[in-house]
Design a protein around this ligand. Structure first.
Ligand SMILES: NC(=O)c1ccc[n+]([C@@H]2O[C@H](COP(=O)([O-])OP(=O)(O)OC[C@H]3O[C@@H](n4cnc5c(N)ncnc54)[C@H](O)[C@@H]3O)[C@@H](O)[C@H]2O)c1
Length: 319
């Protein structure tokens, strides 16, 4: 079967691409290269350069390559940017998936794996977070991801598309040194940048109700995340599924534990300073991972030290 991978030149997409190919599936990448890099796409994989808002180009691609399913990752993902540019986020993320779904319906493509986010939960009062708790995103980014889930669910209901939405927790690490995350929006790349620049890393608050007072997050290795997509592709090919699934490890690491782990990877201590809490940071955000195990038959294989070591290697800070 051939899968269309939107955003396949991005950080997560290039790992998903490799996992899908290892499973024996053919892949066509559709990407506007706005944040993606063409050289992450192997030469023997077709790369269609275009925006997912271009429904005509999507349909042409789906027909030409006889696409059986879509993994839709193409989106803008920076929370702060989404607060500054909400219209653009709705156009890109909601307009994007609307166009992809419309093309799928017209071309009778029957399977969809949608890239969602733990941002749909906002600031949940309980942790681990189950998929069925009340959803209350607190940023335009999180809202666009949630609207994308609703749109997928509603279109699927009317057209018979088999779908799942994967709600990723904190994605980190690199499957290969050349496939690291170049953005500095997450703790591990931010801390590695601080080390490179000889600065201390800022820790936002150490007075939370957590074991060491710093925030707990569920870090998931991007290579594990990629395997979850392949499991989701297999499931949607075979079954009439239709539900969102958390993709996390089910256990949390504190900010200080992450900095310790980076220290082990670099064989030196990471300097940090405690600063004021940031608004909108829940004390703990950890996935309930049982649905991923039961429905997808997937669970994480890598631990935090694997993530920090591979991220440090990708950042050129260790061999
Ligand atoms: N990285 C994370 O921690 C994280 C967490 C939760 C969810 N996600 C979601 O995962 C997906 C991929 O994230 P990533 O970290 O790989 O980001 P990324 O920026 O590296 O990748 C996004 C890819 O989509 C492409 N793209 C963006 N807008 C497009 C458009 N309109 N048309 C065609 N291509 C377009 C970009 O060029 C890029 O290749 C996003 O949907 C994001 O919301 C990421």
């Amino acid at each position: 079967m051939t899968w269309l991978l939107t955003g396949g030149a991005g950080f997560i997409g290039c790992h998903v691409l490799r996992s899908l190919r290892s499973s024996g599936r053919d892949v066509v990448v559709f990407d506007d290269l706005s944040t993606g890099l063409a050289d992450r796409v192997p030469d023997d994989v077709p790369l269609i350069r275009g925006s997912v808002s271009d429904q005509a180009l999507l349909e042409e691609t789906m027909r030409e390559y006889k696409i059986a399913g879509v993994i839709h990752l193409a989106a803008k993902k920076a929370v702060a940017e989404s607060v500054a540019k909400p219209l653009w986020y709705y156009q890109e993320n909601v307009g994007g998936i609307e166009s992809v779904l419309a093309a799928m319906v017209n071309c009778e493509v029957g399977a969809m794996v949608y890239s969602s986010s733990a941002a749909v939960y906002g600031e949940p009062e309980t942790s681990p977070v189950r998929e069925d708790i009340c959803l209350a995103p607190i940023s335009p980014y999180g809202e666009t991801k949630l609207v994308g889930e609703w749109l997928t669910r509603d279109v699927a209901l009317g057209s018979g598309i088999s779908w799942t939405a994967l709600r990723y927790f904190n994605v980190a690490g690199a499957g290969h040194p050349e496939l690291g995350d170049p953005s500095v929006a997450n703790l591990i790349p931010i801390a590695l940048r601080s080390v490179r620049e000889g600065k201390s890393c800022q820790v936002y608050g150490n007075d939370y109700e957590t074991p060491d007072g710093t925030c707990l997050r569920d870090y998931i290795h991007v290579a594990d995340l990629a395997e979850a997509h392949t499991a989701a592709a297999a499931l949607t090919e075979a079954n009439q599924v239709g539900l969102p699934i958390n993709i996390g490890t089910g256990s949390g690491s504190s900010v200080l534990e992450v900095l310790d782990s980076i220290g082990r990877a670099l064989e030196r201590e990471v300097d940090y300073e405690i600063v004021a809490r940031r608004p909108g940071d829940p004390p703990a955000l950890v996935a309930a991972a049982d649905q991923a195990r039961e429905v997808l038959g997937w669970s994480a294989q890598y631990d935090l030290d694997d993530m920090t070591a591979s991220a440090a290697a990708a950042a050129g800070l260790r061999a």
